[in-house]
Design a protein around this ligand. Structure first.
Ligand code: HEM
Length: 501
């Protein structure tokens, strides 16, 4: 056919149709073939339209997506590729790969204070900060009885606060948070704060605000393009929250530095200064500097406060919802510990049912999607290509609610952690603290806190729902699954003769 004749058949509609087909095909063929499967996304927006329509909790929606696409699947937020892993063996294999142990940068934090700490660093800075932090926290007694004593002291302050309620109903959240945050203050600043201390209260208000934001729109911190859209209200809120937190934490660190003496290491912060200064004076290259100290300390508060407070919140809620389990725990504690002293860490091996209850709490009250990882070098998972820069999410909720592993996962049943002889059984797939090279740095600390606070509270009080109130196990969705605010009544048990251990 002559070109002129062919041209005479072309009209504007044909041209537009051709352009649309060309755009769709070129976009389609740009997608590398071995990427994990996933829903089709829109050019420019990726899967934002589908994600915005999700009405159920995100981890449950992702869990269903995984049932459709398999345990390794992907989607896009704008131009950011996100891969979700939701099979125990796949996660175990993936999280051992150094390429998958980066963290997405908290982009909006970088606007106000460029730098990284233990929670947010990737690559060599993370390796150095993780090595230092693990060793410093171990030296400060994490997992040992010396720190157990400090936690017991904090638990007794908590008991006093609860006693002051005089049997009236109250929301336990703030009291639990005070105790948990104070344990971190002790590790980081070498001392606890009075619950009425203005600086302590400011710190908790700022922490709570940043957690609320994390739930409402935390994803904007990780997607680089949002850091350029500073006119958006959600981005403005993140910036304001980061600035407020930096001011409070900056002041606390400055005040603490005044008492620094190289020969006495009081806490994590002193240990950090000492190691940083030693490396500087030896001319050793290091990523330890005042900003990485700020971010590391903030990371300990950020990662350790809300998680442990929510878990304690769930414990009390399940105890009022399942009074027969509460009574069984109290009987076990009374028979092992007696009524003349408070429970302590060394009682743990004998308190098997109590341990089973704590394990079941870990199964239901978790960080549902872990903390996002970032792929720092091209790699593969289960034969799929994971390009550098991909955000990798582990759906821990799916693992801990998989009916193939946990019969009737919606039931609260501590007995799943006991064998037929009543011995406590550790279960490999209980991974509320993540798994692999970057598992939770505070796992041992959290376990100590939860055990001591739980047993001391069960020893001292019986918790009940207020008269006529119903108990709901619905969670408030954020980075952690926290109970919806509730009230509780604490009835003191017969404890006149109880002394400190
Ligand atoms: C019940 C309580 C807790 C739970 C369920 C929990 C869970 C987690 C999870 C799932 C991660 C992410 C792991 C990953 O990236 O794959 C994490 C990381 C982390 N957690 Fe915890 N956590 C708890 C308590 C604590 C406490 C008490 C502290 C500290 C003092 C702490 C400090 C950290 C830190 C610093 C990280 C980041 C580690 C890194 O990036 O290398 N956590 N935690």
């Amino acid at each position: 056919m002559d070109i002129a004749v062919l041209w005479s058949h072309v009209n504007i509609r044909t041209v537009l149709l051709g352009l649309v087909i060309f755009t769709v095909l070129s976009w389609f063929f740009r997608r590398p073939k071995k990427l994990p499967p996933g829903p089709w996304g829109w050019p420019l927006l990726g899967n934002i339209p589908q994600l915005a329509r999700i009405s159920e909790p995100v981890h449950e929606a992702l869990s269903k997506m995984g049932d459709r696409y398999g345990p390794v699947f992907s989607f896009k937020v704008v131009n950011q590729l996100v891969v979700v892993l939701q099979d125990y063996d796949v996660i175990k294999q993936a999280m051992d790969q150094y390429q998958l142990n980066g963290r997405p940068s908290f982009e909006i934090s970088q606007i106000t204070l460029p730098g990284h700490g233990i929670l947010t660093a990737s690559g060599a800075p993370w390796v150095e900060l993780r090595r230092f932090s693990s060793s410093a926290l171990r030296k400060l007694g994490m997992g040992k009885s010396s720190l157990g004593k400090q936690i017991s002291t904090e638990a007794q302050f908590l008991v006093e606060e609860i006693r002051k309620q005089g049997g009236k109903s109250f929301n336990p959240k703030d009291m639990l948070q005070n105790a948990v945050a104070n344990v971190i203050c002790y590790l980081v600043f070498g001392s606890r704060f009075e619950y009425t201390d203005v600086r302590f209260k400011e710190l908790l208000v700022a922490l709570n605000y940043s957690h609320e934001l994390g739930g409402a729109g935390g994803v904007v911190e990780f997607v680089p393009i949002f850091a350029k859209l500073t006119f958006l209200p959600i981005v403005k809120k993140h910036i304001a929250s980061n600035r407020a937190f930096e001011k409070i934490m900056g002041n606390l660190l400055k005040e603490h530095e005044k008492g620094y003496q190289p020969e006495i290491s009081r806490d994590y912060t002193d240990a950090f200064y000492s190691e940083m200064k030693a490396k500087e004076s030896n001319g050793q290259p290091t990523f330890m500097n005042p900003v990485s100290l700020y971010y590391s300390v903030s990371g300990l508060f950020g990662a350790g406060t809300e998680t442990t407070t929510s878990t304690l919140g769930w414990i009390l809620l399940y105890m009022i919802g399942y009074p027969e389990i509460q009574t069984k725990v109290q009987r076990e504690i009374d028979s092992v510990v007696g009524r003349d002293r408070l429970p302590q860490l060394s009682d743990k091996p004998k308190l098997v049912f109590t341990q089973a209850v704590l394990s079941e709490i870990h199964r239901v009250s978790i960080v549902p999607l872990g903390v996002p990882h970032k792929c720092t070098e091209d790699t593969t998972v289960s034969g799929f290509h994971i390009p550098e820069g991909t955000i990798v999410i582990t759906n821990l909720w799916h693992i801990l609610n998989d009916p193939r592993e946990w019969t009737n996962p919606k039931e609260f049943r501590p007995e799943r952690f006991l064998d037929s002889d009543g011995n406590f059984v550790r279960r490999e797939k209980l991974i509320p603290f993540g798994i692999g090279r970057r598992f939770c740095l505070g796992e041992n600390l959290a376990k100590m806190e939860l055990f001591i606070v739980f047993t001391v509270l069960m020893h001292q009080f019986t918790f009940k729902a207020p008269e006529g109130a119903s108990v709901s196990f619905k969670a408030r969705e954020a980075l952690t699954l926290a109970p919806i605010p509730y009230e509780v009544v604490a009835i003191p048990r017969n404890s006149e003769h109880i002394n400190n251990p």
